[in-house]
Design a protein around this ligand. Sequence first.
Ligand code: ADP
Ligand code: MG
Length: 497
Amino acid sequence: MSFLTFSGITKRFPGVLALDGVSFAVERGTCHALIGENGAGKSTLGKILAGVYTADSGQLLRDGQPIAPHSPLAARQLGIAMVHQELAFCPNLSVAENLCLGDLPRRAGFVDRAALRARARAMLATIGAEIDPDTLIGTLSTGREQLVQIAAAVGTGAQIIVMDEPTSSLSAAETADLFRLIRVLKGRGLTLIYVSHRMDELFALCDNITVLRDGRHIATESIAATTPARVVTQMIGRELIAQTPAHLTRELGTVRLEINALASPGKFSDIALSVRAGEIVGLAGIVGAGRSEVVQAVFGLDPEATGAIRIHDRLLPLGSVEHALEAGVGLVPEDRKRQGLVLGLNCRENTALASLPRLSTFGWMRRRTERSLAERYAKRLRLKTPSIDAITAGLSGGNQQKIALAKWLARDCDVLLIDEPTRGVDVGAKAEIYQLLDELACEGKALLVVSSELPELIGLCRRILVMREGRLAGEVPRADFSEAALMRLMAGVAAAA
Ligand code: ADP
Ligand code: MG
């Protein structure tokens, strides 16, 4: 039987499912690492164990028996303590007073100073901390304050100690001291839950490791059986591994988007390009080169645009979003807050937005269709939202961007114009968006992607077109991709001899 078991722990905060049915076991006398990206739910899980938060559902078991740390005090009585990053003590009281705060020794009605000092000294001694009990907490370094927290935990009989990113503000020497102490505590049979991002620390210190991602439990493995590379993959999702997108190995289809002599006064001129089914073409350039203006014109947003745009060989009337939509063109704009999403609407409504004409032809079944569409794409995009009815504005940038994409997936358009697909998106969501764009290309959609991040275009595209000052400055095929070559074209600098 495992010593400590998390079973189906779920915790919801307004607008976010912080923990989603997390289950794993911790063995007695081990140091158990908890790792995951920012927002993965590590601190929330630690705080549930330490009684700071209460889980919405799920169970904590100790030696197979349910335990309920409903407050920090209840947790302490169960032998569970947490070492917090934030100051956990009263800064203007002494170390001794803080250590004995809950139970000040008294004699004849007065605090017994000598007993207080002696007890504090004993507590500090149990962890080998050489700190004068009369020092004011506020004057200690973070590292030493942390030691006092650990002394308090151990001194009050804690058997399980949660440490939340304990080394984030420690010096190298303090970190080494902490590690030594953790090993001593482990030797005494204490169990440590150690939250950290620092892979080297975890591998040096911990016995087992649990990876959380987006509030979900991904893996619990022994440190000996895993590797840092494997853990990174688990943290971020396998998509982040630098792998060649699958669409590059597929055959291209027919030309879906063809642009000739496209121009708009003061914005761009003489633009000619084509994108085939199954192709991702990048549009690079410095800010102001006219990239966004071009994709906006293709989507019918520029009333002054002239030239010829063909979708599936059919001439597209310029300056009309309605015609662009009808022809199967979608735009995920750069500024999704202003243009891409209606932030006051929920995910379901936003997903369905671009498909309204289609959905409403089914009049009577529209609600249900809308819901099932949204659910299908929320799943496909691994949307992190408590429900598709959550308001979009409450979601992270990565999730908002996924909804902006979902909008066009739901519409099932053939030509997708995507302006800065991962701006303001964290590393994990980025990987998922890349994966999604690859899938879309594999399905035969034609994608024109504007990005200011060259590595992004280099990773994704079959060809990259470079714009400079409103004109196409060149085209680079994948075989010749290099940041240096692209930057030279962007800046209009001739290659060195
Ligand atoms: P980690 O420690 O892994 O970085 P957290 O447990 O702090 O992650 O957060 C998990 C998720 O829950 C995040 O989306 C975070 O914004 C949210 N969250 C955490 N605490 C609160 C809170 N008190 N109120 C609302 N949301 C919270
Ligand atoms: Mg945290």
